[in-house]
Design a protein around this ligand. Structure first.
Ligand code: ADQ
Length: 478
């Protein structure tokens, strides 16, 4: 007799599993848990529950067998090399990503990418349907899986479905460019609850349903056509593991490393820091332009002031990302060539990923943190910086176009398109008296500590549980 299939009360579906495959020195394959905040958040809600996570393991080809990792059951979904090219790099990152981020670069439309997106979403929906227990809660994440809610509902009308959008949801004028806009909205409306980073994102979604699908809407509710169901769309902003980061940044080794970083940079009076995925949404070029002008005008300069820019390699098979990388690297080279000094370059540019400890040490070492995206769903770096500054040191320059700015109003706000304004914000962050900066940092920390990632996950699941009841019973009565 075949063994009974294992099923789970809480199933997470996200493009990636929360683990990375590593090959050890003796050639063994091992899984290492990725350190992101989402994993920490999920750990907090999965503790003591039967939880599973459905996602891609990160390598093209046949998926590994399901396996356990701590409390979580991991259920890999396979992507072929063509799926990675068309569903992931193509439709997700070269069609949806630019449309959802204000078309900072033009979006590319290919019908075969859409076909691949549909078939991969179907595969995810089937994988979830297979392992979700009767009446389970399913939490689908992000723009790569927007068709999963409706596909899953067709397979499993008994489960409660939530979707969370980690990135912005665009205004209808931009969303309407998508040739598959109707299908995407219908896909999302399979969910009972749709969570967004900002209220404005939720409103954009509701407006898109009303204008493009002619759906009836009331406040944050959307009537789903052909059913008596309603989907609710509202903001539940994501956060970071405040306590975990604070504890990390209090470790003596991390504090010593922060001192060592400053010393190795020549103990500058002001150390500025940027930490981003190398993505055109992050405003790295605008930041460098403002910094370069401040140097040219001799308002600041090395060795007293220096900038460390950490740019994590990202999506290097998409042309827009390759172009951005060469542009940023040329600019850094030019700034250092023209404005650096022997032994004290103006920009220290690092194209690497770092362990959490090193990131915390960098945050602790930095007097001014530059977070200048042109558009960003939330931006966790801003919140991580604040969580690490238990010493109340440092100053945060924060773009108004991040979700984080809606919670961290006391930060030194900037519009990164306004280079003059950005320069002024940087100078204010440098020159504001330490006492005032401490007061600001204290209130930023209060906000992040009160609204940490554990609270985010709990709030999301409570909203999902309270979302309008699917009227399955009513429909069968009719
Ligand atoms: P991202 O666009 O990836 O996330 P962000 O929120 O800043 O942007 O998260 C990046 C994460 O990577 C942070 O935890 C940061 O510490 C880490 N990181 C960056 N550079 C690193 C490096 N060199 N080494 C190690 N770690 C590094 C998307 C959306 C955001 C949203 C998040 C979560 O685009 O708007 O905040 O999801 O919802």
């Amino acid at each position: 007799m075949p063994a009974a299939r294992q099923t789970f009360d809480l199933v997470i579906a996200a493009n990636r599993l929360p683990v990375d495959q590593v090959t050890t020195l003796d050639g063994q394959i091992e899984w290492r848990r990725s350190p992101g905040g989402l994993v920490t958040a999920m750990e907090s809600v999965m503790r003591g529950r039967d939880g599973a996570w459905v996602g891609w393991a990160g390598e093209p080809g046949a998926p590994p067998e399901p396996f356990g990792e701590g409390d979580i059951h991991l259920h890999p979904v396979g992507l072929s090399a063509a799926d990675v090219r068309d569903y992931y790099e193509g439709f997700s990152n070269d069609t949806l990503w630019p449309i959802y981020h204000d078309v900072i670069v033009p979006a590319t439309f290919h019908r075969e990418w859409w076909t691949s997106y549909q078939s991969v979403n179907q595969r995810f929906a089937e994988a979830v349907a297979e392992i979700a227990a009767e009446q389970a809660t399913v939490w689908v994440h992000d723009y790569q899986l927007q068709l999963v809610p409706a596909m899953l509902r067709r397979l499993r009308p008994d489960v409660r479905i939530g979707w969370f959008d980690h990135i912005p949801f665009p205004p209808v004028e931009l969303f309407a460019q998508l040739p598959w806009r109707g299908q995407l909205l219908e896909g999302l409306l399979g969910a009972d609850f749709l969570g967004f980073q900002r209220q404005a994102d939720a409103r954009n979604f509701v407006r898109a349903c009303s204008q493009l699908l002619k759906a009836q809407t009331r406040g944050d509710l959307v009537q789903v056509e052909g059913t008596q169901r309603q989907a609710r769309a509202s903001a539940v902003p994501i956060s970071v593991d405040f306590k975990g980061l604070e504890a990390l940044a209090k470790q003596p080794e991390v504090i010593a490393r922060a001192r060592e970083i400053r010393a190795s940079l020549g103990d500058p009076r002001v150390l500025m820091l940027g930490v981003d995925r190398l993505d055109y949404t992050k405003g790295i070029r605008h930041r460098l332009k403002a910094y370069e002008e401040l140097l040219v005008e001799r308002q600041i300069g090395p060795p007293e002031v220096t900038l460390v820019q950490v740019a994590t390699p990202s999506r290097e098979r998409v042309a827009a990302y390759r172009n951005l990388r060469s542009e940023v690297e040329q600019t850094v080279g030019r700034i250092n060539g023209e404005l650096g000094q022997i032994g004290s370059p103006a920009v220290h540019y690092l194209h690497h990923s770092y362990p959490r400890e090193e990131m915390a040490a960098l945050f602790l070492a930095a007097d001014v943190m530059l977070v200048t995206p042109l558009r960003d769903g939330m931006n966790l770096v801003a919140k991580e910086y604040v969580a690490c500054r238990h010493d109340l040191g440092g100053a945060l320059v924060l773009s108004e176009f991040t979700g984080a700015w809606h919670e961290l109003h006391q930060a030194f706000a900037c519009n990164p398109h306004d280079i003059e304004g950005l320069k002024q914000a940087i100078l204010r962050a440098i020159n504001t008296p330490a006492k005032d900066k401490q007061r600001i940092m204290r209130s930023l920390r209060r906000r992040v500590s009160d609204h940490d990632v554990q609270r985010w996950a709990a709030r999301y699941l409570a909203a999902l549980a309270a979302a309008p009841e699917p009227p399955l019973r009513e429909e069968t009565r009719r």
